[in-house]
Design a protein around this ligand. Structure first.
Ligand code: AHG
Ligand code: MN
Ligand code: MN
Ligand code: MN
Length: 334
C-alpha cells in the first residue's frame, strides 16, 4: 500500500527533516487549510445555503462584495486569530489590517489573503478559490500596516485552494510546489502531486481578449503572433483559455503549462493593472517560480517589486518560461 501523506505529515517532514519551517508556521498552514475546507463546504452548498449573490456592500477596491467574499473573509479571520501563530492579517476585503485581539497571544507571522478569488464566477458554478501569502513581522515593535509592506521574496509560505470539481490545496514553503486533494470522507488534504514543474514551452495562453484594443504594443504584438498560428512568426497554433478566476487559470498552468496575462489597460492608465500585488500576484508568482516558470510585470520580476501599499495593483504575466521571456523581450524592444 502506498504511504498516504496527509498535509500534516508533509509539513512535519518540512519542519523536522530540513528545518524548512517552524512549528508555528506549520500550525498556521494547517489552520489556513482547515479554513479552506470550511469555505469549500460553504461554496459546495450553493443555492442550498445562503451563500449566493451579492451583499449590499462594497470593498476597498470599489467592488460590490459577494456574500461569499464576506463569508470566506470571516472564516479565515475567525480560524486564525486565536491560535497564537500570527500577529495580524490583511485581506482584499478589508481596508486596513486585522490585528490579533489582545485577549489572544500574538505570533510572529503575518497572513495576507484573497479570501474568495473569482467572485464573478460564484453564481455560475465555475471554479473559484482562496489565495494566501505568509510574511514574518519585524521583531519587537507592535505590528502595523507597515510590517506588511514587504516584497514578494520575503514570503515564507504561499498557496491557494481551488474550489472546483476537486478541492485542491497548492502550497510552497520555498522547497518546491506540492498539490493536496481534499478527501471528503476523511476531511483531510492528501498529497497527490509533489515538485510540480511547468513545461518551458506551451501552446496555450490565458488573457481576457475583450480588452485587446486597450493593451500596450508589446502585449498586442505577442497575442497577435499567437493568433496568427502556423501562418505567422511563431510557426505553431495556439489555444486559448480564460476562466476569469486567477486560481483556476494558474492551477491549469501549474499542472499543464501555459501563460496567464493580465496587462495594463489604457482605460485606467494610472493603474498598473487590475490584479493586486500582495495577495494575488506575489503568492502566485512564488508558486510559478518554484515550479520553474517566470512571473513579471513586463519589466520587473514580480517578486522584486517593492511593496508600497496593501492593495497596490500590478500588471501580471506569468507561466511557461520561454513564452514569458519572449514577452519580456518584446517589452524591452518597445
Ligand atoms: P477577485 O474575484 O478576487 O476580485 O479576483 C478576480 C480577478 C482574477 O481572479 C481574475 O483572473 C480576474 O479578476 C478576471 O478579470 P476579468 O473579469 O476582467 O476578466
Ligand atoms: Mn482575486
Ligand atoms: Mn477576491
Ligand atoms: Mn474582488
Amino acid at each position: 500500500m502506498t504511504k498516504k501523506t496527509y498535509l500534516t505529515r508533509y509539513l512535519v517532514e518540512k519542519q523536522r527533516l530540513n528545518g524548512h519551517i517552524s512549528p508555528e508556521l506549520r500550525l498556521l498552514l494547517e489552520v489556513v487549510a482547515r479554513a479552506c475546507k470550511r469555505i469549500s463546504q460553504a461554496v459546495n452548498k450553493g443555492a442550498l445555503g445562503d451563500v449566493m449573490g451579492s451583499a449590499d456592500s462594497a470593498n476597498v477596491q470599489g467592488e460590490i462584495q459577494k456574500k461569499l467574499d464576506i463569508i470566506a473573509n470571516e472564516v479565515l479571520i475567525e480560524a486564525n486569530e486565536w491560535g497564537g501563530h500570527l500577529a495580524a492579517m490583511a485581506s482584499e476585503e478589508m481596508e486596513g489590517i486585522h490585528v490579533v485581539p489582545n485577549r489572544y497571544p500574538q505570533g510572529e507571522y503575518l497572513l495576507l489573503f484573497d479570501p474568495l478569488d473569482g467572485s464573478s464566477n460564484i453564481d455560475v458554478n465555475v471554479s473559484i478559490g482562496t489565495i494566501f501569502s505568509v510574511l514574518k513581522k519585524r521583531d519587537g515593535a507592535a505590528v502595523s500596516e507597515q510590517d506588511f509592506l514587504q516584497g514578494g521574496t520575503q514570503q515564507v509560505a504561499a498557496g491557494y485552494c481551488v474550489y472546483g470539481p476537486q478541492t485542491t490545496l497548492v502550497l510552497t514553503v520555498g522547497d518546491g510546489v506540492a498539490l493536496f486533494t481534499l478527501d471528503r470522507e476523511q476531511g483531510s488534504f492528501l498529497l497527490t502531486q509533489e515538485d510540480l514543474r511547468i513545461p518551458e514551452d506551451t501552446k496555450e495562453f490565458a488573457v481576457n481578449m475583450s480588452n485587446q484594443r486597450h493593451w500596450a504594443p508589446p502585449v498586442t504584438r505577442y497575442i497577435d503572433e499567437c493568433l496568427q498560428g502556423v501562418d505567422g512568426p511563431r510557426g505553431k497554433d495556439f489555444n486559448m483559455r480564460w476562466v476569469g478566476s486567477m486560481v483556476a487559470d494558474v492551477h491549469r498552468i501549474l499542472t499543464r503549462g501555459g501563460v496567464f496575462l493580465y496587462p495594463w489597460d489604457k482605460r485606467e492608465p494610472e493603474k498598473p493593472g487590475k490584479l493586486r500585488l500582495m495577495y494575488e500576484a506575489n503568492p502566485m508568482s512564488w508558486l510559478i517560480e518554484q515550479a520553474g516558470g517566470v512571473a513579471t510585470d513586463g519589466q520587473r520580476r514580480i517578486l522584486d517589486i517593492p511593496a508600497t501599499a496593501l492593495h497596490q495593483r500590478v500588471a501580471v504575466f506569468m507561466g511557461s518560461k520561454n513564452e514569458i521571456n519572449r514577452l519580456i523581450s518584446y517589452h524591452a524592444e518597445a
